[in-house]
Write a protein that binds this ligand. Structure first.
Ligand code: MRU
Length: 348
């Protein structure tokens, strides 16, 4: 058992981020001394995964607030929030964390120093809560995993994608901790390879049996009967349960439905965007052509080919068997289940 620490908030508020671009080959941290540095790190994928992006953003805003003057605090903090909000568009946890930090910044405080202290405490609370939430997701989700199950997952949703433990990979971890002897199948997750670089690395460190497959083999694997369930994370879930997640998730869900395999989404309530009635309004990040035309800097396609490289897709709610949250396992119809989960959680 090893502890993976993707985000470290130092005593002075400096944010250290495990550089996920270098994994699994090198473990080193990027030191972020400002909110701008954290925003740049999110944009550059030093840190990625919806909950981790939110936690890092909160920590970055807390650190950035230290350099704001008493008289210009409000304007300065607003500017830092705007910079942070520009870093990546799809994961709603980013905007959720910014709003939570704004709420603290705008509360009554005796001085800028008191405001800074409150922001620091809030960022650390968001960090700690995220780990507790993931553990709750894990224990709810683990009940859905039978002994010896074959579990397919897509992208990386583990410790690296959160403050620690993970969402979908947290379910897998909980099942493994419960001694269920599961077998994990990890899609490589082209083009950024979060599955092969990150999920396989995490599973191997945790002693979880993992087999890597190309994304294009998932349908064949599911059809073979080797997969008892699929569990993935989410970057933004609409009020009706439509769920945006890493590109390729929709294909996995479709193949699961065709073969009668349960398809689960594991995510905290902070990933649910109730302002969107369905998934059609979820902004989908488009990423650079070179992620597809090159592999680690080596060309694998004619350089001038037009490229379609969306980072996420939306799985319609009707393909989702259940959404595993810290409030329990939500079943269709999701609109009512999501509303009830929020009603039961006044902090969400
Ligand atoms: O582009 P990424 O690596 O940030 O995308 C991550 C995902 O799509 C994850 O599945 C999602 O954020 C859930 S992480 C617990």
């Amino acid at each position: 058992m090893s502890v993976i620490r993707p985000i470290i908030i130092d005593a002075d508020g400096v944010v250290q981020l495990l550089d996920q671009r270098l994994l699994p080959f090198e473990e080193s941290y990027v030191r972020c001394e400002s909110a701008e540095a954290v925003a740049a790190a999110i944009q550059a994928m030093v840190v990625r995964g919806a909950p981790a992006i939110g936690v890092a953003a909160a920590a970055g805003l807390a650190r950035g607030s230290q350099s704001l003057g008493e008289d210009s605090f409000d304007d300065g903090f607003e500017r830092l929030c705007a910079i942070m909000g520009e870093s990546r568009p799809t994961a709603v946890n980013l905007f959720w964390a910014i709003e939570r930090m704004k709420g603290v910044a705008s509360a009554d405080h005796a001085s800028a120093a008191a405001r800074v202290a409150a922001l620091d405490a809030e960022a650390r609370a968001i960090f700690a809560e995220d780990i507790a939430i993931n553990r709750a997701i894990g224990s709810h989700g683990e009940t859905l995993v039978g002994p010896g199950a074959g579990v397919l997952t897509h992208c990386n949703t583990g410790s690296l994608a959160t403050a620690g433990y993970g969402t979908a990979l947290g379910v897998i971890r909980s099942a493994s901790e419960a001694g269920k002897n599961i077998r994990v199948f990890a899609d490589e997750t082209r083009p950024y390879l979060q599955g092969s670089r990150l999920t396989v690395w995490e599973c191997q460190r945790e002693g979880i049996d993992v087999t890597l497959l190309p994304d294009s083999a998932a349908g064949h694997l599911i059809a073979s009967g080797a997969v008892d369930l699929a569990v993935v994370g989410a970057d933004r879930i609409a009020a009706n349960g439509d769920a945006a997640n890493k590109i390729g998730t929709y294909q996995v869900a479709t193949m699961c439905q065709r073969h009668g395999v349960p398809f689960y989404v594991a995510a905290p309530l902070s990933t649910i965007d109730r302002s969107l009635p369905d998934g059609s309004g979820i902004p989908i990040e488009q990423r650079s052509a070179t992620e597809v035309t090159e592999v680690f800097g080596t060309p694998v396609a004619p350089a001038d080919v037009p490229v379609f490289n969306p980072a996420f897709d939306v799985t319609p709610a009707e393909l989702i068997t259940a959404i595993i949250t810290e409030r329990g396992v939500l079943r269709p119809p999701f609109a009512a289940a999501i509303a009830a989960a929020f009603a039961a959680d006044s902090t969400a």
